[in-house]
Structures are given as C-alpha cells and as structure tokens.
Design a protein around this ligand. Structure first.
Ligand SMILES: C[S@@+](CC[C@H](N)C(=O)[O-])C[C@H]1O[C@@H](n2cnc3c(N)ncnc32)[C@H](O)[C@@H]1O
Length: 537
C-alpha cells in the first residue's frame, strides 16, 4: 500500500498520504477499535490508507461499491407538515421525524421526569438542523436547560439490564448499544423506547451515509479514505456480531438486522454521543442529544455535567447548560468540539465550518522496514514519543507540528550523516535533528515532501479555483457543500505545505548544518564561518 521514494543514500524514505481519519487494512481494526472507546484525539483517526503517490485506486472503488448505502431516502413530511424555515425546505426530509412523533416524544419525556423545572426552559422543536432545543423564555448564560435522569440514558447498563444483556457481555459498548437500539426499534410499540427511537433521524449528512455518486465528489480526499475505512470497520464488526450473536440467538432478534441497519446505529451513536461519553462510558442521552452545534460558541468548556440528585444524591442526572444567553424563541446551541477538523465534523456529524483552522491535512511518515538503519531509527523515534509511523496534522494557516521536521530528518538520515545514529549520540540525537543535519538530508526532505504534496494534489478532480467558484455561486446541496469545502480545504493545506518546503529548498545554501555547528562549538570556525587552520612550524 505504501509508496516508496528512493533517496540518494541507498535506503528508502516512505512517505504517503494519510488522514487522521484513515484506516489501512492492517491498522484499521486497532485504530477503529479506539473509535468509540477513547475520547476524541487529533490522531485517533490517523492511520494511513491510500498511498500518496498513486491515484485513486480501483480497490478503493470496489470498497465504495461494497459499502455504500443504497437506501432510498424516505420522505416523512407531507407538504402540509413541511416546516416553513428556508433552510429546512432544503433539508432532506428523510432526516426529520413527523410532528406526531415529536409530540409523543415530548409526552414520554414528561412521563419520565426529563423536562426539569416547569415550565421547561427549552422545547424540542423543528429547526434548520432537523430537531433542536428552542428557548421558552430568555435564558441567562449557564442556565440549566435540560436534566435527564439516568433511567433514560441508553448505555452499557441499559443493555446489561435488557433481554439481550446476557449475550452482549463481552461486546464493545458501541456494538452492544447498537444491537440494543436495533432490537428495540424492531419491537415497535412493544418497546418502551419507541417514542425516542421514532425521533432519531434515518440518516445524517455524515459521509458514511453518502451514495456512491456523492462520494465521487470527494475523490482524492483524505475524507474519502477515512469514510471507506470507517465503513469497512463497521462492516467487519457487523460480520462478527452477525454470526456470534444475531444468528446464534435468533430468538432474541426476531427481525433481520442488516449491515445498513448496523451502520445507521453506528452513525447515530457517533453523531449524538457527547465527547466524554464515549468508549466505555458511551451513552445516548435522549432530549439532551437534540442540542445542535454552532460555530459562534467558541468556548471549549463542556456545557454539561453528570451530577447526583435526590435523596443522598443517589440518582444520577445529565445536566445541560446554555453556554451563552439565549432569547426566548431562539435555539440553544453548544460547541461540539473545537479540535475537530472539517473532515472529522463531516464524518461524525455531517456538517463543516468555514473557519480556516478546521481545514487540515494529515501527513503520515514512516520509517521503512527495509531501511538499513531501521532498528536505530525506530529506537530514536520511540525514545521521543513517536513510532515507526507518525502522523502530523497540519492546519491551514498554522505552522508545522514541532516534531515533524526532526522526524523527517531522522527518516531521511543516511550516508555520511549515519554516524548520528550511533549509540553514543542516543541521548543527544533528537536535539541535533531539531536543526538541519546536512545539506543532503535537508534537500531530501524538501524534495520528498514537495513531491508528495504535488502527487496528492494531482489526485483531486477539481482545482481550488473551481471549488471556490462553486462555493461562491451558492445554492449547493448540503452534501455537495461539504464535499467542495473539504476538498478545497485539503488542497489549500497541501499547497501551504508545498510552499513551506519550496521556500526552505531555496534557503538550503544559507542554513547552518551539524558539522558547522560542531566546529563552531569547538571554536574551530571564525566569525564568517571560515575554518581556522593552525600551521605547525
Ligand atoms: C446531537 S444531534 C442534534 C440533533 C439533531 N439535529 C436531530 O435532528 O436529531 C447532531 C446532529 O444534528 C445536526 N446538526 C447539529 N448541528 C448542526 C449544524 N451546525 N449544522 C448542520 N447540522 C447540524 C447534524 O445532523 C448532526 O449529526
């Protein structure tokens, strides 16, 4: 899968395109295993998938055909019920429940004590983003808007206490909760969760739900590789659980559960679980999960907490606050996650932002196993918190991650510079790598990175200019807007990286390298860098 660029000193520097959201066959399982098990981390979605130097591969196309949902998007609105908000009219109505379903849900919440004070500060309502929470009076900053008792959460405890609890014991929480949701859904009226399940969208605009045609709009992007990787991961989890649980305990699962059902459940959990309620703590919190995201909320502080209530604080409740004052009739919003890139927002939630620091590209660098200095380089990388593969997220307008240049220099190290790999330098080598090592080494990294960027840029179907014309023209379908925004953002970051290394290449003659620094330290160079000779009589 990896593209290998041969460098002059006889060993190979592997560099390939990747994304924080890429999943190669080999590491997909591991990386994705953490997907819902760990809190979001910039690198939790990082493994490489598509080689940087090859165009969109045919195997990728096969993966898309295999995994793309072909579900027609159902229309749930009658014309009469269609909301009048301008944006809502352009929303795919398949993602919005009926008014009667919303009424039943509100009643269910009241019955189960989930609305808090009376009258409730917010009301679940139709909003441009589907459903949302609308203020019923002026709300000051930090006012609690929703309190949901634990008995209404859907988490591992809910599954354990249910009829399928005894067969879900060893499953990952997200897999167990997915099976629970699908079984309860199939039970219809017999399920106490029906009012909640009925208001969940059939799909979001997450790229995991895009058609093959829609995915073509992100051809060449890291987002596409990630999306395919995620779907492959969900498929592999489904295949396992299908044999081990669904078929084996047929009596517990009276209706067929398909991969697309399972993917729906995955998408629901991914888009609705609050960031710290993932992994082992994964939970769906009905009502609170109707809160939408706004980029106008710039504080990263979580707007919620779990606290004890009732006699001796025994009952746990999920409490959601408004991070800013909200006027009556306006929607309450929170900030979902400041650290997510547009690709992550698109994958998890199905929207993106225009802020430049959401536009990112992940370079994946690797120490080749065929490198004659593989062992030494790996040892040095590991001593500095990196590994055989390292992922570097580069943000539009931001500088290169501090460890990227030393790692690049390490990977490219060889020839007459290889002495730095000897064990006597082990404690100081990283310090040396933080500065240019030699002209040959610095030239190699510039050449390789520039080549990698150009190759990546050549795999997109459109130019930045074409994308910008589309964006400025307006009237784009929501998914196309996401596609165009993400592909334009990736290309801008790639151009930025290319520019950095082009400029550096022009400065190669003016840089100070290891040998000059060393001579200087020993007092063997003059003011102008000339070498001082001693003549013996
Ligand atoms: C936690 S749920 C919020 C409730 C959701 N609107 C619904 O109808 O059930 C997150 C989902 O809401 C939608 N959403 C939230 N904030 C959004 C925004 N700023 N722009 C577009 N869609 C948004 C996306 O579909 C996202 O996956």
């Amino acid at each position: 899968m990896l593209s290998v660029i041969h460098v002059t000193n006889g060993h190979a520097l592997k560099i390939h395109r990747s994304s924080r959201t890429h999943f190669p066959a080999g590491v997909a399982t591991m990386a994705l295993h953490h997907l819902l098990l760990t809190p979001p981390h910039p690198f939790s979605f990082s493994p490489p998938l598509l080689p940087l130097l090859t165009p969109f591969s045919s195997s990728t196309h096969r993966s898309i055909s295999l995994l793309t949902t072909t579900n027609p998007r159902p229309k749930l609105y009658s014309t009469a019920l269609r909301p009048t908000h301008a944006l809502l009219q352009t929303l795919d109505s398949g993602s919005v429940p009926s008014e009667s379903a919303l009424g039943d849900f509100s009643q269910w919440l009241r019955k189960n004590g989930a609305v808090g004070s009376s009258p409730p500060p917010v009301k679940p309502s139709f909003v441009p983003e589907g459903l949302g929470l609308v203020a019923q009076r002026d709300l000051p900053r930090n006012e609690v808007v929703v309190e949901v008792p634990k008995k209404l959460w859907i988490d591992a405890d809910t599954v354990a206490a249910s009829a399928i609890g005894r067969v879900c014991g060893g499953l990952k929480p997200w897999v167990a909760i997915s099976l629970f949701l699908l079984r309860e859904k199939a039970m219809g009226d017999a399920s106490p969760w029906r009012p909640y399940l009925d208001i969940l969208p059939r799909q979001t605009d997450s790229t995991i739900f895009w058609s093959e045609e829609e995915l073509l709009e992100i051809q060449g992007t890291q987002l596409l590789s990630t999306t395919i990787g995620v779907k492959e991961y969900v498929k592999s989890e489904f295949d396992q659980v299908e044999d081990a649980i669904i078929v084996r305990y047929k009596d517990l699962f009276p209706s067929t559960i398909t991969f697309l059902d399972f993917l729906w459940a995955f998408g629901i959990l991914r888009s609705r679980a609050f960031p710290r309620l993932r992994g082992e703590n994964l939970a769906l919190i009905p009502l609170a999960d109707l809160i939408n995201h706004s980029d106008a909320i710039t504080s990263g502080d979580p707007s919620w907490e779990i606290k004890g209530k009732g006699l001796f604080s025994r009952e746990l409740i999920f409490s959601l606050r408004t991070p800013v004052p909200v006027k009556s009739g306006e929607q309450v919003y929170i900030q979902f996650d400041l650290s997510k890139s547009n690709a992550e927002l698109a994958l998890d939630y199905g929207f993106i932002e225009s802020r430049s620091d959401r536009q990112a590209y992940t370079l994946t660098l690797e120490i080749s196993e065929s490198d004659p200095f593989y062992g030494d380089k790996l040892d040095i990388a590991e001593s500095n918190g990196l590994g055989e593969t390292a992922y570097f997220d580069i943000v539009l307008g931001g500088s290169l991650p501090p460890q990227m240049l030393p790692y690049l220099r390490l990977v490219a190290l060889g020839g007459t510079d290889a002495f730095l790999l000897e064990s006597i330098f082990r404690n100081s080598v990283w310090g040396h790598l933080e500065l240019p090592v030699s002209r040959a080494n610095e030239e190699t990294i510039c050449r390789v990175v520039r080549y990698a960027c150009k190759s990546a840029l050549s795999s997109y179907r459109t130019t930045i200019q074409e994308d910008e014309e589309l964006i400025n023209g307006g009237n784009l379908d929501r998914r196309l807007r996401i596609a165009v925004g993400v592909r334009a953002g990736e290309k801008k970051v790639l151009n930025q990286i290319e520019d950095i290394f082009r400029e550096r290449e022009l400065e190669l003659d003016g840089l100070e390298y290891y040998q000059e620094r060393r001579l200087k330290d020993l007092g063997l160079t003059g003011e102008q860098g000339e070498i001082i000779f001693w003549e013996s009589r």
